[in-house]
Design a protein around this ligand. Sequence first.
Ligand SMILES: NC(=O)c1ccc[n+]([C@@H]2O[C@H](COP(=O)([O-])OP(=O)(O)OC[C@H]3O[C@@H](n4cnc5c(N)ncnc54)[C@H](O)[C@@H]3O)[C@@H](O)[C@H]2O)c1
Length: 310
Amino acid sequence: MSADARREGVEPRSSSERRETKRPESAGVPTRVAVIGGGRMGAGIAHAFALAGAHVIVVERDADAAAAASVRVLDAVRRSVERGTTTRTVDEVAAVLEATADTAGLAGCELVIEAVPEERALKVDALARAERATDAGTVLATNTSSISIADLAAALERPGRFLGMHFFNPVPASQLVEIVAGPATETALVDRARGWIEALDKTPIVVRDTPGFASSRLGVALGLEAIRMLEDGVASAADIDAAMELGYRHPVGPLRTTDLVGLDVRLGIAEELQAKLGDRFAPPELLRRLVAEGHLGRKSGRGFYEWSGQ
Ligand SMILES: NC(=O)c1ccc[n+]([C@@H]2O[C@H](COP(=O)([O-])OP(=O)(O)OC[C@H]3O[C@@H](n4cnc5c(N)ncnc54)[C@H](O)[C@@H]3O)[C@@H](O)[C@H]2O)c1
């Protein structure tokens, strides 16, 4: 999760939209895709696959949530149309989009991506239900930011057909997808997932199932060191960020990134990584203090920077 919000506003427009102008429609995209959970990430994933030419089914917890998810996806499509970055119309996408609370529609899907909230029990339940509603040919994926693929796979009958597909927030503007291979994931599945991501004009990286995958582990390591430097009085927050932005061409410095992601979110990930990987991920005292004081970054109006009014 740590890397997710940092792309916000960094990339100018949707990579899935750029794909549409560069590639023949549907090249390599599954014909029928389902997304379980149509919130921020699920709606973004549905948007990306629908613009790429797939028939997309969004499965939500009840009929009202399904209707809201459909509105979320179509609003995003409308914004794409208004920006002139897609040649599709909202009606065309509405015709290939289903939103439902019923898992029966999952039968016949090539790919089902779970994007329910980051709670192990919720995910296990959603994945087990998806597995029962599909056949052995369906690939099951999870968009988890931090839960081990092996852990989630343990509840499945067909763990070989399961892997992580970690999209970033906001999905349309984010170039990266981490493909996370669990110990049981079939090798051929990884190649297939890579093809699907490339067909969305995004860049896949393949990561072994380890804590923090690649993105959170590296992103949080840099963020924690930047906080320790601030604590040590090495430089101001703005100057530490400038060191990375101007010196290393990072689009957003590590402290501003932490503000965008949320200091509480980063603290949670740091604690998890400390437990799994050791004290090099121990959260600095300054991070704990700011979180305890309610300074969570942009969402609370203050973190390492002032955000009030933004
Ligand atoms: N938000 C991010 O920045 C981000 C980035 C990358 C990955 N993720 C991961 O993506 C997943 C989803 O996160 P989000 O931010 O989209 O959450 P969200 O809360 O915006 O959306 C979750 C959706 O799941 C639905 N839901 C809940 N229980 C359900 C069920 N049993 N069946 C079907 N739908 C159900 C909810 O109604 C909601 O619409 C999490 O695992 C999160 O860690 C989030």
